[in-house]
Design a protein around this ligand. Structure first.
Ligand code: MOS
Length: 739
């Protein structure tokens, strides 16, 4: 059914949701209001460890507009989720007991008629604590002790190879706590009627959100509907359920009135996850010619007291470069912090900072060009499991990136590349990878008698362009123009679709849509054959075909056919409908014997002015091997955004905890630095190689949300070294590191 001439695939199609966002008509979750709606404001723990010894709500309860105040002594029961059926990183429901494990933990929630009344009363709730000294030590060496480390992966003999190595690197790298700061705050508007919840949430997975909420509220899953039509981004921080959703839903049920809870900016730093701090030791050895003989990657990531959410830093290590001896060991260091969670490229991104920094250091010690070192250690297959890569073009990423950047003109001598004004240029690079694969997906599709079609799937557009990509895929399959395609997402009453995480949505959609369109087309052709007034009445099903929105006799061409809406009208039917699904790539015979990943190379130029200690990323060239790109505009935009996020990771972002009290001290937009326009590299050059990955689907898309961030930070620190001679192994790079 694919037609070469009926494609917008790979072109820069503008977003179909763009006009709704730019005109303010897009309704985000907290834009929903209902008659009688109440507002909730949490009370947050002012200690990071200890117990609540008393809660006095008498003053707060007497304040105007206050309806109810909940805390562990009086709150309706909430359950923990079953991990197999629902993912929630912070499993302990709020108010489970009197214990406090981190600063900002919800200890009470005030529900009132207005948000101002709720917030004022929340400040008037008096909580007494028995405080203990929290552990917020940034040093994660406890996790790197021999007896703390668990082996995650091993091949060959690392210790033997390291002992014999001609050239070696043994260095420790640190990445800080980073906090997701989407523009749109986490929010929940909960309605409850007749035993059923309809919840307007900020989530990257409406399907998981429904299962988790049902379990934690203790109701059947069919009693919960999640709606989320637009998201103001998430970066992984909105993948799983956080406590504010439970507080809103639980209060709505108890009070039989809709409840809105919008979290504040401060609580983005305490209650809704963060990328945990990591400390990683890399040991690399190579022959004098630069062939890697071993890689050892040991790391610990900070986690909370109660949960086991770690940063999988060894994600890319076992397969990125070729070496016979490799070991990854991991651990977690418990601290009094809110539960960490996934942030864009979880595991791989901090892991690659360490691995690719060590590769750069190795290249320098070898007196070898860092691009050459990587080309020399390109694996033939995935050496972690012996499987062929489905589609790996890392060498082309490296060579094309080098060419576009002008890498051949690089003088490797530190500080040698000066601009006429005296500013020193630093050029650095790094490799990148991110996993690929399909998540089981289902979708439905309807031809309608008004000439439009509708595709539906309980997935969501988190701001990345999913509505548009969906529409492009339907157009690609059916030939029907995008203006006649309605895309329905963001509602759990639709067939279950993928979470918007791991860059998996785009790659997962196509086979399910194709299957749904096929099923609907089959029904349409049957209607054509059987419809009372159908022009094809009595024809043989096998003699008919469908293309470009028309049913026609195979003997003729499609232009001679009859439009689907006429076929439906001739049978007095509103729809021809079909449901479709696809399995996970691990279950797909086309994919399961293959190793699926995206790859990339990052080339960075920094400008370093030692006279005034000014450091800027001035130029980035990135080449991404992410399978077939569906929408060049949205994809380029994703990678440009990722690179800006990489500048933040490299130079700016870090959540700092007070060592005495465990509070995040820079928990606001002023003190937590994210890259602004002024920090953006003036030139970002994004190239996609566009090799379709047929193990993913016929269309060959893999997804590109996270790969753009991978490798940016180590390329920046490599460039900083080239400019200044200082190797920064602990992010972010600070001015004082370079003085
Ligand atoms: Mo991404 S961190 O999987 O939303």
């Amino acid at each position: 059914m694919l037609k070469d001439n009926a494609t917008t695939i790979g072109t820069p199609v503008p977003r179909i949701d763009g006009p709704y966002k730019t005109t303010g008509t897009a309704k985000y979750s907290s834009d929903h209001n209902f008659p009688g709606m109440l507002h909730a404001a949490p009370v947050c723990a002012t200690i990071a460890k200890g117990k609540i010894t008393g809660i006095d709500t008498t003053v707060a309860e007497a304040m105007r507009g206050v309806v109810k105040i909940y805390h562990y002594g009086n709150a309706p029961h909430l359950y923990r989720p079953i991990p197999r059926d629902a993912r929630v990183d912070e499993a302990r429901p709020a108010f489970e007991d009197e214990n406090v494990y981190y600063s900002g933990q919800y200890v009470a929630v005030v529900v009132a008629e207005t948000i101002e009344q709720a917030r004022a009363a929340a400040r008037a709730v008096k909580v007494a604590y028995a405080a203990e000294k929290p552990d917020n030590s940034p040093d994660l060496s406890d996790g790197l002790q021999e007896d703390a480390l668990h082996e995650a992966y091993k091949r060959g003999d690392v210790d033997g190879a390291f002992a014999l190595g001609a050239v070696k690197i043994d260095a420790t790298y640190v990445t800080p706590v980073e906090t997701h700061n989407p523009m749109e705050l986490h929010a929940s508007v909960a309605t409850y009627d007749n035993g059923k919840f309809v919840l307007y949430e900020t989530t990257q997975s409406i399907v998981n959100h429904r299962s988790a909420m049902a379990q934690m509220l203790g109701v059947p899953v069919e009693n919960v509907q999640i709606i989320m039509k637009f998201l103001g981004s998430g970066f992984g921080g909105k993948l799983w359920v956080w406590q504010h959703s439970l507080l809103a839903a639980s209060a709505a049920r108890d009070l039989r009135r809709p409840v809105k809870l919008v979290t504040d900016r401060h609580s983005q730093f305490t209650n809704v996850g963060h990328r945990p701090r990591t400390q990683q030791r890399l040991r690399l050895a190579a022959t004098a010619e630069g062939k890697l003989s071993c890689i050892q990657h040991d790391y610990s990531s900070e986690t909370s007291i109660l949960d086991n959410v770690g940063e999988n830093c060894g994600e890319s290590t076992p397969f990125l470069w070729s070496t016979p001896n490799l070991r990854v060991r991991s651990s977690m260091s418990r601290r009094n912090v809110g539960t960490p969670t996934a942030m864009r490229g979880p595991g791989a991104v901090p892991g690659l900072f360490a691995l690719e920094s060590a590769m750069d250091e190795l290249a320098i010690r070898l007196k070898m060009d860092p691009v050459q070192l990587r080309l020399l250690n390109e694996p033939e297959k995935d050496e972690s499991n012996g499987l062929p890569f489905s589609s790996r073009h890392m060498k082309e990423c490296l060579t094309l990136g080098a060419e576009k950047f002008g890498w051949a003109k690089r003088n490797p001598v530190v500080g040698s590349m000066k601009k006429p004004d005296g500013t020193i240029l630093g050029w650095g690079m790094a490799g990148a990878s991110w996993g690929a694969g399909r998540i089981p997906t289902s979708a439905n599709f309807a031809f309608r008698d008004d000439g439009s079609v509708r595709v539906g799937c309980a997935t969501q557009d988190i701001g990345t362009g999913t509505y548009t990509v969906f529409s492009q895929m339907v157009h690609h399959i059916t030939g029907i123009s995008m203006g006649r395609i309605e895309v329905a997402l963001g509602d759990t009453s639709l067939p279950p679709g993928p979470l918007s995480g791991g860059s998996r949505v785009t790659g997962s959609l196509f086979p399910a849509i194709q299957d749904a369109v096929n099923a609907a087309t089959k029904q349409l052709l049957q209607i054509a054959v059987n419809g009372v007034r159908s022009p094809f009445k009595g024809a043989k099903l096998d003699d008919l075909a469908f293309s470009e929105g028309r049913v026609y006799r195979k003997a003729d061409n499609s232009a001679s056919g009859v439009s689907f809406e006429e076929i439906l009208r001739s049978a007095n039917l509103r729809f021809a409908i079909g449901e479709g699904s696809s399995v996970a790539s691990q279950q797909d015979p086309k994919a399961k014997g293959l190793s699926l990943h995206s790859f990339g190379a990052q080339f960075v130029e920094v400008e370093w002015d030692p006279g005034i200690a000014r450091l800027r990323v001035s130029r980035v060239v990135t080449v991404i091997d992410g399978g077939q790109i569906i929408n060049l505009k949205a994809a380029t935009n994703q990678v440009e955004g990722a690179i800006v996020m990489g500048v933040g990771m490299g130079l700016l972002e870090e959540t700092i905890y007070d060592q005495r009290y465990g509070h995040p001290v820079n928990a606001n937009y002023a003190d937590y630095l994210v890259a602004t326009h002024a920090d953006c590299p003036p030139a970002i050059d994004v190239t996609f190689l566009d090799y379709p990955d047929k193990a993913m689907s016929e269309i060959g898309a893999r997804g590109i949300g996270e790969i753009g961030l991978a490798g940016v930070a180590p390329a920046i620190t490599a460039a900083v070294y080239h400019a200044s001679g200082v190797r920064v192994r602990e992010l972010p790079v600070r001015m004082e590191d370079l003085l």
